[in-house]
Design a protein around this ligand. Sequence first.
Ligand code: BG6
Length: 504
Amino acid sequence: MANDKFASMIGSQRPEPTNIVIFGASGDLTKRKLLPALAHMHRWNLLGHHSRIIGSVREKWTKSHWENYVHDQLLQYFPEAVMNPPSWRRIAEKLDLVNGDLSDPEMYKALAKTLHEYEGKTNALFYLAIPPSWYECVCKNLKDAGLADEKDGFRRIVVEKPFGMDLASAQDLNAKLQSYFDESQIYRIDHYLGKEAVQNLMVFRFANSVLEPLWNRNYIDHVQISVSESLGIGYRAGYYENSGAFRDMIQSHLMQVMALVAMEPPVSLHANDVRDEKMKVLRSMRKIEPEDVKDIAVRAQYAEGKVGDEAVPAYRDEKNVAEDSCTETFAAVKFYIDNWRWQGVPFVLRTGKRLPDRVSEICIRFKSPPQRLFQLDEDTVVNNELIFRLQPDEGMQLTMTAKQPGLSTELRGVKLDASYGMVGSGMPEAYETLLHDVMLGEAGLFSRADEVEESWAIVAPIMDAWEKETDIATYEAGTLDIPGMDALLDECEGSWRDLEVHDE
Ligand code: BG6
């Protein structure tokens, strides 16, 4: 019963048995995201009896070492998976291992042999949980070993962002991947698209009729998309110093979410129909001129401060960060989509690290009523807002203005809240949804090459302008006091949403 309920939440189709090959099996992504996601799928019977999880590691591990490793990681990141010995045994039976260097063709021959040890189809999903600088080498070796060929089962590769660092490097990476695999075999993960609330945005928009008449420039004043994180950069200085908040979050996750908010209804839910609509949004975006960057984009870096009760260092004092680093840890931008539906409606996107709380949301702020019939206090909110909360506490909320009970006509804001917690439990994590989709061959939640390239082209003037700057504004860690952020909303109704979590 529980199985069916869960299966129906994420699509009741069960994937064909699949060899899930993880390159970078001893890495961080594998232990924190992939193994828990696979164990969860196994638990709900979505992995298929004959599926296997084949780790590829450089270390000379034995199979039992790999088993112990997986056990220990699950104990930390998804303990329920190993608590019940028979259930853990069933996961352990699926584990297999290939050892060797990623550049060694012998390892791929061993992998091909392992795949063919099983009878029947040898479907394979190759997860590249490794730095992008290795992608080409791995794809070439897979191809040379005959492992890109789909004659006895599907072959799909999954790659993580960053997909390049700018337009030229993204084009180069795409060309390399496409020289070994067909575009239909390439799944570029943007884990934001696997989040429940993001998927629900599509359902909400296209499975209900009440919103469509309002979903345009006539009723919507502006759209805010915010991802606020309280954590710093942790151990990732090597990557983050070259990336910064804009590349890390806005060019990828936030622009993808924006495209889903703004796109027209697709002809069908087939991957390319959805991606075509997202592409149209990106192609309609107003070109940014170099001289406009200062008016439409803001960046800043965290100085020391306090997040909750914890005193935290400045970004420049983090391990492996240059003491004169100008990398932004906060970025915000105002985009316009110059099409019939959205002409003149600002889409303002912002993200940052070491902000007060971990809160991500999409806010559709509607225009205020054209006539003011009621006397209002200065701070009474009159704009309806539709909020999609990505985290924490995923759900939707519509804010309305209502009458305060009593003899006078005092108004107050009320929230119509549909928290997913109220709808059901057992919500899948983004990585489960996405892995499940790859196994089913559903590519709608993955970025196509042209989308990635188009989004790099759109943001290039901003990155070019910032690269020339030799200084950067700062904000106190644990606050949202970002110099220049408010000015982005100058022509909008209302102010930025408060992203702090308040106890109700
Ligand atoms: C990743 C970024 O893609 O997304 C990280 O590289 C960021 O810097 C993370 O912390 C945020 O993801 P989530 O799901 O925790 O909001």
